[in-house]
Structures are given as structure tokens and as C-alpha cells.
Design a protein around this ligand. Structure first.
Ligand code: RB5
Length: 149
């Protein structure tokens, strides 16, 4: 599985912790920045990850900013990207099972390293339920087709 990960300054420390965790799971995440905690603009990093997922160059993306919100707003502008802000075990699991989220967004100022690892682990190990959710994801794809270039 190809994973891409990026953060702004608000998520930098958490990104480093998640990269280390993913290594212990034999999962290599391509780190698309940022590379320190100097202030940067989160859209620049959300774009890097969302493009990779949207173009099929990555299977999954992880984005971290202060809250996860800004990253999700940007990532969801890309065709085929279903980015979800997850804050607890339930939202991490549902993001995959019901929404088949291919990007998760975390808040570096909301969750600590231990929690973030738990959420990423849950999201990765959960499976999309398909069934009735296919129809709903189909409607999302139709909106993209109609409104995105
Ligand atoms: C940066 O201060 C902060 O606005 C950003 O990390 C993020 O939380 C935006 O959604």
C-alpha cells in the first residue's frame, strides 16, 4: 500500500510520530513535508497529498494541521478524494467503513501522538462495507462529475 503524508507546522510533530509508527508496521509513507515547525500554509501540503491520491499515485493519504479541518477542506476539492477529519475511534472506523475515506485528516492540536497512532491504525485496518454505501459514494462521484473540471 502506498501512503503519502504531509502536515503544516501545526501537525509537524504528529507527522513525525506517525511516520515512525508506520515504519514499525512495515508501511512506508512518502513524506511530502513540511520539514520543520516554521509557519507554512496548509493548502500547499494538502494539495501535494490530494493530487497523489486523486491521480492514483497513492492509495491513502494522511494530512495533519492544527485541527485537520483546513487540510480536509482542500483535499476534498480533488476528484476521487474522500478526506475525513477523524477525532476518535468511532470516526476513524466509520471514515473507512461507511465513507471509504482515502485520506484522513488529524489535528495536531487536538490529538496526541498515542491517540493519533490509534486512529491511523484503526482506519488502516478497517474495511469499506460497500453495500448501501456504494449508492452514496456514487452520488458523491456524480457531484464531482457535474461540478469539477
Ligand atoms: C495554523 O495556525 C492553523 O490554522 C492550521 O494548522 C489548521 O488548523 C487549519 O485548519
Amino acid at each position: 500500500m502506498k501512503i503519502v503524508i504531509a502536515s503544516d507546522h501545526g501537525g509537524f510533530a504528529l507527522k513525525q510520530a506517525l511516520i515512525e509508527f508506520l515504519k514499525t508496521q512495515n508501511l512506508q509513507a512518502s513524506d511530502l513535508g513540511t520539514n520543520n515547525d516554521d509557519s507554512v500554509d496548509y493548502p500547499d501540503f494538502a494539495i501535494l497529498v490530494a493530487k497523489k491520491v486523486s491521480q492514483g499515485h497513492a492509495d491513502a493519504g494522511i494530512l495533519i494541521c492544527g485541527t485537520g479541518i483546513g487540510m480536509s477542506i482542500v483535499a476534498n476539492k480533488f476528484r476521487g478524494v474522500r478526506a475525513a477529519v477523524v477525532m476518535d475511534a468511532y470516526t476513524a472506523q466509520m471514515a473507512k467503513e461507511h465513507n471509504n475515506a482515502n485520506v484522513i485528516c488529524l489535528g495536531g492540536r487536538i490529538v496526541d501522538g498515542k491517540k493519533a497512532i490509534e486512529l491511523v491504525r484503526l482506519w488502516l485496518k478497517s474495511s469499506y462495507e460497500a453495500g448501501r454505501h456504494n449508492q452514496r459514494l456514487g452520488k458523491i462521484a456524480a457531484v464531482e462529475k457535474e461540478n469539477f473540471k
